[in-house]
Design a protein around this ligand. Sequence first.
Ligand SMILES: C[S@@+](CC[C@H](N)C(=O)[O-])C[C@H]1O[C@@H](n2cnc3c(N)ncnc32)[C@H](O)[C@@H]1O
Length: 417
Amino acid sequence: MAGPGLGKLQEWRRSTSAWQLRWKVVTRGCSLTSSTMVYYVRFLKSPRIQKHKADSISVSALICLTTDLGDSFLADDVDLAVTLVVDRTNTVLQQRTIRWQAGKRELGISLGPFRPPPSNQAVVLGIGAAGGSTSRSSRPHRQADNLLDRGGVPPVISGWSTPFGGSQPALAEKLVERRFSLQNQPDLRVWEETGNSIARHIWDAALASVICLQRATGGRAPAMPFLQGLLQTKNSNPLNVVELGAGCGIVGIALAELRPRCSVLLTDLPEVHEIVARNIASASPARKSVIDFRTLDWDAEYPEAVCSGEIDLILISDCTYNADSVPSLVRVLDVLVQGSPDAVVLVALKRRHESEAVFFDLMDAAAFGTLDRDTVPLPSSCAGEDPPVENIEVYAFGRRGRTHGGLRPQEKRSHSP
Ligand SMILES: C[S@@+](CC[C@H](N)C(=O)[O-])C[C@H]1O[C@@H](n2cnc3c(N)ncnc32)[C@H](O)[C@@H]1O
């Protein structure tokens, strides 16, 4: 693949729609698009402040609740808490609950008129699920989503704007911030673009990776003993981590925030540089952890050394969707692991297409076997049905014959569905 351009995205959407249609049939009318997806609050029109006479202002925005792929909208009613806070102090200026109605493709947000904050301060608009997915609860919106609350990915991922008004421009930037609470750590905060770029936003598999890393660093990952051993027993040792196809960088940044003495190198195509630099700049790494970025194109001639020293862990999240690019991805992995034979490769994927199975065949041919395997459920709200099965699959791979911890005999071959 030359790069994840819009043409590729459209082609991918077409094949995904066909795949979803098949799923709708096998799930006996329980619509996949409304029951087993994560929905992200996205700004279709960035928040804007309007000044009125008599020293009052109002705030407006246009949002939607859509999937990571942006191909379907939440088909359930859900109450959303809309919160306007003063930038930096987080003082709540305005809060109200509005309803996203099934069948809608967009929702206008309007707050005010009200008195502006003192001292010309900028404001930030946050929108997230108010309470239960269909209740009329007006419970205030939490400041961050919790990825460990339900044992899986939450159904609605909140969004926060850039600061606007006051000393900032009246219109917020075309960005949205995701905020996740991490155990015993400051919140994980990651910016993504509001547009259609594949690379510059967050994908469901990334959320599953963060969940697994959080469990493993906290010693609560019984299904991933190798990963847990790597992250825990070496807790006082430096850990060298490389992420391939990092996108906004959420997975590698989360690990650097969760694990001390972790050196994380995020890699991707040049087009992510701006958003990833922003996220690195606002990250809060754990003690002695560092985060860096460099360009690494799997299709380009392979650079001699990606990073200095042996790599302990390679992170890959939602990078196997395109069968055309999988051979070069596995080739890069193969080269990296030649120099670091004990490296663990953590791969999270959401199967969108049968052709993704080629990844497992190529990993097997490159002598990678499965060390750990886990699944992270996507939210399910399909009343009256058994929960439709759609999970993010998470694998820890290792090269066969690695010296630190072997492969279980029955798991020598990497997994197909
Ligand atoms: C679906 S996104 C996943 C992003 C991120 N890992 C996540 O889960 O949120 C796939 C990523 O793979 C990257 N990618 C695709 N082809 C690539 C290539 N040839 N070399 C490097 N990165 C590539 C894209 O730029 C994009 O960031």
